[in-house]
Ligand binder design. Structure first.
Ligand code: NAP
Length: 235
């Protein structure tokens, strides 16, 4: 049985991915800064803090064995006019969305190299395909994750490790609903549904299904790809 770590696994997309991989027969460790104490598959760690990651991974390896599947779904958003983003805020978004992915991959990679097999899926964002006003820090962080994905795919392919990115567009999660409540979406979710070719909002399960495929044995010839899941909003 393979062991998968899903960051951001306490909420939204990460939670759905953790549930899907569990039902596909993986040992799953859901890693999040909000991990709930009563859930024995939940591990508390902050992806920006390598020490907390190392501690959580030590426990995960002890309980579940080496980690050969990693999904990076932890992330934060940010909405502000570029001139008003102070450098601390810029760095906070990059720190979680990009450096968090760096730290987590570095922490898990030795297990994959040792196994000669691994799957890494990074959850980026469709906004990195289209650009997005008032989200320059967020879009920059997610664009960098797409670039990291392509470079690592080339570097790690010979070690039997695939690396892909899934950039979601408009997925119904607490993050999206918080933005709707704060009127940051340029309309309601319902307004956006009318602009989406398939005429619905995405679900966390849509993203989980794509990740499950990319992690499967059958997807071994797919690496370095950015697989959009966005109802046709970005083509
Ligand atoms: P979500 O519901 O807010 O879930 C994200 C989870 O990651 C939260 O539990 C969050 O904790 C956690 N997290 C944040 N920073 C962390 C850190 N430093 N260390 C550990 N955990 C941390 O958001 P979501 O919508 O599921 O988003 C998941 C991923 O998809 C994110 O990377 C997001 O950028 C991306 N995405 C989402 C959409 C969408 O439409 N929903 C679209 C494009 C991309 P807190 O609640 O404490 O922050």
């Amino acid at each position: 049985m393979k062991t998968a770590v899903v960051t951001g696994g306490a909420s939204g997309i990460g939670l759905a991915i953790a549930q899907r991989l569990r039902s596909d027969g993986f040992h799953v460790a859901a890693l999040d800064r909000n991990a709930s104490a009563g859930d024995d598959s939940a591990y508390r760690a902050d992806v920006t803090d390598p020490d907390s990651l190392a501690a959580a991974l030590g426990t995960i390896r002890e309980k579940l064995g080496p980690v050969t599947v990693l999904v990076n779904a932890a992330g934060v958003d940010g909405f502000k006019r570029f001139q008003n983003i102070d450098f601390a805020e810029w760095k906070r978004v990059i720190e979680v969305n990009l450096h968090g992915v760096f730290h987590t991959i570095q922490a898990v990679l030795p297990d994959m190299v040792e196994a000669g097999w691994g799957r890494i899926v990074n959850i980026s964002s469709s906004s990195a395909q289209s650009g997005q006003p008032f989200m320059s820090h967020y879009v920059s962080s997610k664009s960098a994750v797409n670039g990291l994905t392509k470079s690592l795919a080339l570097e790690l392919g010979p070690s039997g490790i695939t690396v892909n990115a899934v950039p979601p567009g408009f997925i119904d999660t607490p993050m999206l609903r918080r933005s709707e409540e704060r009127r940051l979406l340029g309309g309601t979710v319902e307004d956006h549904i009318q602009r989406t070719p398939v005429r619905r909002v995405g679900t966390p399960e849509d993203i989980a299904a794509t990740c499950a495929f990319l992690i499967s044995e059958e997807a071994g010839y797919i690496t370095g790809q950015i697989i959009g899941v966005n109802g046709g909003r970005n083509t």
